[in-house]
Design a protein around this ligand. Structure first.
Ligand code: C2E
Ligand code: CA
Ligand code: CA
Length: 742
């Protein structure tokens, strides 16, 4: 192949364009026979016909023989003219039935819109000449007395008329051709896909030259062998080969050899099959080849060159669009469509009973660290292939580094395969592997919100890991139903937060001996259409979809409000607000806190932040930095649900912690259970050594209170003292004997 940047000599770089409906049904338009000249001889005198035949019958003018069509009257002549669309010259007798029959016929010809045909008038009566304006108005080429028309004169006159006809026809053809190029390119350029663009190009070429045979367009790349070029569109006998490589076409297939040659040599040729090649940067060459039986002339070539120059831009544009699409929607490493593609495809689906399944390959990271990238992505590809080979061939996407995604129909083969994926074997770089999976899914019930659907499937996926159900979740109708409920609940929570339906209740934190109020814990409350939703239900959901920080913010704002009112009455108290584990890991937590404290005017020393023991065993680096930051701001830190975490107690000493809140489960049976007692007394001992406060949650009975107080515990929270309440209730309670002193 020649370097691709050498263009075949194509004239001009005007941008012209073609119509899709090349003939209403895509059939090329009829094309006149350009091998012979058709001459209509009109005369009522048989002898004149005989003479004309003798003179012109065997003549060859301007390189073509003549076909004489004879008519004996203007009526016959009309019929012939209507029958033959491509008559070049009419040799017309003036005087026939009437003295001016010829002139009348000439007028009829022009009025019928036949403007190209040339007319030579002959008369047997010298002296009877038509008016000059007749000659002009009816566009008469020549006027001769029959006696004047010697053999040479007739031939000269006919040659002049034919030349004139040829020029008119040439101008007309090129006008029509250019018009066609302009209108068709504007339609072609709206196509965004290579396949439909090139199909349009193929039809346009056929239409432009009026040909109707087999044809195809192949795409070649500089670095690949010509035989590796792919057939991107085809018509006639070549239509079935769309998508194949040239080498796959049978050797006897029409145009195969010619096309290979054209790819190698960047050819433009109208001798033999029509071959036209177009190069686009950086390295692609498109070759159109069409078979035809009609001879193509210089005009065809010229028009084709103009067309080729124009579609080069189109090929380039379509190529760019395809590359952009690929970049946006394709994961090159795994050679799979990516998350954006999944979102787009889901967005295009109608809502129905299908669902999105996200499949986390748990074995991925081990494979990556043990065998490297190629093996790990190879494994992903194999798994994708194993799902894609099923009937219905579901598309498989790479949703995240180690997560594949697909849309599944209930009861389909893909659903069965998903449930059984751990028993499948995968052949990766010559090794047989198995893999372990976690699967989360969400229904396509909510049309249009693809991101939300995927978010839900992803949330389900994280549950699949932590729910203690094992790594493989056999999803079922219930799970789809649950997911649907979750979607509804999340949407409702979102609007509840906006509409102020989520509020904060305050539960007093008291001195265990006196019952005096020291502070309040802020607890979120959601009243959904009159029915309270348990925080145990909506808080985890809020964490999954990033709404928990909003709830924390609400807690701090309402606390600031309560404390300000208490302060105005001369009562000091602190607020204790729960911060979700995922929010403790946020890189932007500290700026957020500073901003929030500034806005609420809440003194940091009045704010205690409760984090669960669980949150400390997640991403420790960021969490620890944030804890220190919060501490430096002046906030106090409490470890919530203490005793339920898996972590060793040793970290407590290293962290900037102020309070341990002993979980309710040890309080409930403190009077009867030795191990609960042991844990509580150990915790108290540890706290004393580390100079931390300890608080017991969930004290409901006087017995629990007195046992704990006897063990040296000083602070408490529980229904025995007060339940969570509204700001107004909290204010009133604080001022009451139960709150202020006991
Ligand atoms: P938690 O932080 O351990 O909150 C204490 C829970 O125990 C509260 O339940 C409270 O109403 C309840 N409780 C207090 N005293 C007693 C008692 O004597 N007996 C019994 N049976 N229960 C008592 P609630 O409000 O249902 O909250 C449950 C959990 O939801 C909280 O546990 C906390 O983990 C979470 N949560 C609540 N509000 C928020 C919030 O604003 N932000 C965050 N991140 N989590 C919150
Ligand atoms: Ca708490
Ligand atoms: Ca707690």
């Amino acid at each position: 192949m020649q370097p691709l940047n050498t263009q075949p000599e194509i004239a001009g770089d005007e941008v012209a364009i073609i119509e899709d409906d090349i003939g209403a049904n895509g059939a090329p338009s009829a094309r006149p026979d350009r091998a012979r000249w058709k001459i209509l001889v009109v005369d009522d005198d048989e002898e004149v016909h005989a003479v004309t035949r003798f003179v012109l019958g065997k003549a060859e003018l301007l390189g073509r023989p003549l076909d004489l069509i004879e008519a004996k009257s203007s009526r016959d002549a009309q019929t012939e003219l209507l029958h033959h669309s491509d008559i070049a010259v009419i040799l017309l007798d003036v005087v026939m039935e009437e003295h001016d029959s010829g002139l009348k016929f000439a007028r009829w010809v022009r009025e019928a819109g036949l403007e190209d045909v040339r007319i030579i008038l002959r008369t047997g009566q010298p002296g009877y000449a038509p008016e000059l304006d007749v000659i002009r108005d009816y566009d008469i080429n020549d006027y001769r007395a029959k006696s004047e028309l010697t053999q040479t004169r007739l031939i000269t006159s006919m040659t002049a008329a034919l030349r004139s006809y040829q020029q008119i026809e040439t101008i007309e053809r090129s006008r029509r051709g250019l018009e066609m190029i302009i209108s068709s390119c504007s339609q072609l350029f709206q196509k965004r896909e290579l396949a439909s663009f090139s199909h349009g190009v193929l039809l346009q070429i056929a239409s432009l030259c009026g040909i109707d045979g087999d044809g195809m367009i192949c795409a070649a790349t500089e670095n690949a062998a010509p035989a590796d070029s792919s057939v991107i569109s085809g018509v006639g006998a070549l239509a079935p080969f769309i998508g194949s490589h040239l080498r796959d076409l049978p050797d006897e297939a029409n145009l195969k050899t010619a096309t290979l040659e054209a790819i190698r040599r960047n050819m433009f040729s109208t001798d033999g099959p029509l071959l036209l090649s177009v190069d686009t940067p950086p390295d692609r060459r498109f070759v159109a080849s069409l078979d035809h039986s009609l001879p193509l002339d210089a005009m065809d070539s010229a028009l084709l060159r103009v067309f080729a120059a124009n579609i080069a831009v189109g090929f380039e544009n379509v190529g760019l669009i395809e590359r952009l699409d690929r970049l946006a929607y394709w994961d090159e490493t795994a050679d799979l469509p990516n998350r954006h593609r999944l979102l787009k495809d889901i967005g295009d689906h109608d809502a129905d009973d299908r669902y999105v399944a996200l499949v986390r390959v748990l074995t991925y990271s081990d494979t990556l660290s043990a065998f490297g990238q190629a093996m790990a992505t190879g494994l992903l590809r194999e798994i994708a292939g194993c799902l894609r080979e099923l009937p219905g061939q579901p598309e498989v996407y790479r949703y995240a580094e180690d997560v594949l995604g697909l849309v599944v129909k209930p009861g389909s083969a893909a659903e069965a395969r998903l449930a059984d994926l751990e028993s499948c074997q995968f052949q990766v770089v010559g090794q047989v592997m198995r893999a372990r999976f976690a699967i989360g899914c969400a229904p396509l019930a909510y049309q249009g919100d693809a991101a939300l659907i995927c978010e839900q499937a992803f949330a389900a996926l994280s549950l699949a890991g932590v729910n203690g159900r094992g790594d493989l979740v056999h999803f079922d109708a219930q799970m789809v139903k649950d997911a649907r409920n979750r979607i509804e609940l999340i949407a409702a929570l979102r609007s509840a937060l906006e509409d102020g339906q989520v509020d904060i209740a305050f539960q007093p934190l008291v001195d265990i001996a006196s019952g005096a109020c020291k502070g309040f814990e802020a607890l979120a409350r959601w009243n959904r259409n009159g029915a309270p939703v348990s925080p145990a239900e909506f808080i985890p959901l809020a964490e999954q979809v990033g709404l928990s920080l909003k709830i924390f913010e609400l807690g701090v704002r309402r606390s600031a409000h309560l404390l300000a009112r208490l302060n105005a009455k001369g009562c000091a108290a602190y607020a204790s607000v729960n911060l979700a584990a995922c929010d403790l890991e946020r890189e932007d937590l500290l700026p957020f806190m500073m901003n929030l404290l500034g806005r609420t005017q809440l003194p940091p020393s009045s704010l205690q932040i409760e984090i669960t023991e669980q949150s400390l065993i997640r991403d420790f680096t960021v969490s620890e930095r944030n804890l220190r930051g919060l501490k430096n701001l002046g906030c106090r830190i409490a470890i919530d649900d203490f005793g339920t975490g898996y972590s060793s107690l040793s970290y407590i000493g290293r962290l900037p912690v102020d309070v341990l809140k002993i979980d309710r489960q040890f309080v409930t049976d403190i009077a009867t259970n030795d191990s609960s007692q042991a844990i509580v007394s150990l915790t108290i001992a540890l706290a004393q050594r580390l100079k931390l406060d300890v608080l017991a949650e969930g004290i409901e009975t006087e017995q629990q209170r007195s046992v704990l107080a006897g063990m040296g515990l000083r602070h408490a929270q529980g229904y025995l003292f007060a339940k969570p309440m509204t700001v107004a209730q909290a204010e009133a309670w604080q001022g009451s004997p139960g709150g202020a002193g006991r």
